[in-house]
Design a protein around this ligand. Sequence first.
Ligand code: ADQ
Length: 466
Amino acid sequence: MDRLIVISNREPYVHEYNGESIDCSVPTGGVVAAIDPVMQNAKGTWIAWGSGDADKDCSDTKGCVKVPPEDPKYTLRRIWLTQKEVNDYYLGFSNRVIWPVCHLFQENAQFRKNYWETYKSVNMRFAEAAAEELEKGGKVFIQDVHFSLVPDMLRNKVPEAAIALFWHIPFPAAETFSCIPWRSDILKGLLSADMIGFHTKAHADNFIATVCREFPQAKVNNNIISYNGRRTKIAAIPIGIDYTSYAKNGSMPSIIKGAETTRKSINAERIILGVDRLDYTKGILNRFLAFERYLESSPRAREKVSFIQIASPTRVNINEYREMKRKIEENIGRINGRFQTPSWTPIIYINRKVDEDKLLMLYRIADVAMVTPVIDGMNLVAKEYVAVNDKGVLILSEFAGASEGMKDAIVVNPYDIESMAKAIQKALKMKQKDKINHCTKLRKEVKDHDIFWWLDEFFRQWESDC
Ligand code: ADQ
């Protein structure tokens, strides 16, 4: 594989002070989880925002450090951002403009000019770093919505550069995306890439329709957009996980032993699990309401079934996230207050990131995993659970990109609380042979379309004639 230059907002390794010493951790999030194994194979440079308070002390004068720290495989080049830049470009434009609009929560969007101005200047800083890295050769693979302008900015500096971008979140209908005042610049910025990838055909089709609405002179042939003298391939390539590593690590003796201990510490016969960033798109409250309905309609399940929800804090400075957290916690209190007994807690809520081993143990002990976003680009938790647990049952929202390939899951509409309650009942009652059949099919799908397949497919399409 060619030398790879990856650009993403979140860095894959964060150095932080812990008293006198420095800890290095891997942040929560789908993009890092997906791309790190790829970079470990490809070598090259990953350019990202240096967000840790000890990052500077662990990097050279160019912001570079070799990672992973215990077994260095590639270079992480950090870009330093001021607090104002983080507020306006990341929390502002990425998370309060593009994220809500693309997830159909336009009412949460704040179209502020200062967000846009900072987004442009930060994109330029990343484009400059990438241009410098390109002097050593390679291809530039840009991750996500934070950098929609980088393809064009970089192309202006290095006209012949190989540039592609993957859009990790949904792409909405043309009328929805077009509510962004700067839509035209965003689309132009993106169309300087040779290829743009989406998780699903529906997202790719929406992008093409949005471009055609904005630029009537654009021509589309076989998913190739010709515009402004350039051709851009639009592809639907669903991202996967490192299946083999999840399956292998999930069956290590230390994980099996830890899982048994964790299992014994929970006073319930059956466990349902949710794992998410605490985001308003993930449908966390919907699944609690369904669990409440299930407990109402199945009195015998009380004191027998517990729901463990791991919810890692995210974007905590944004009002809508604080409000959603308050609402979720209020409902957990209400539901627990309604059903709890001295020896049994219906919803066990852990509001933090758990480490990888703990996550594997929880995946192992969960009889059922509920992945019920109201909208999601893909959702990696659904795939991780299936890779680790070969006897569990997956309840999956029809609005997660993952449901396109994982058709053998129990697929639900997260807005339909009554039928989600029935899905819980169905999952918990599933016979052993049906569970094995369910898991075998899902595991095959996740294994066949793992992260390495995704990358190969992405590169195959990028390199094939445009
Ligand atoms: P995210 O919305 O961040 O990513 P997702 O696909 O759900 O989402 O992945 C989250 C990752 O974080 C998983 O690897 C999961 O294990 C981990 N995680 C979540 N909560 C955790 C916790 N409390 N403790 C530890 N780990 C936790 C975006 C898009 C998705 C898309 C990915 C990849 O929004 O739709 O699937 O990018 O493209």
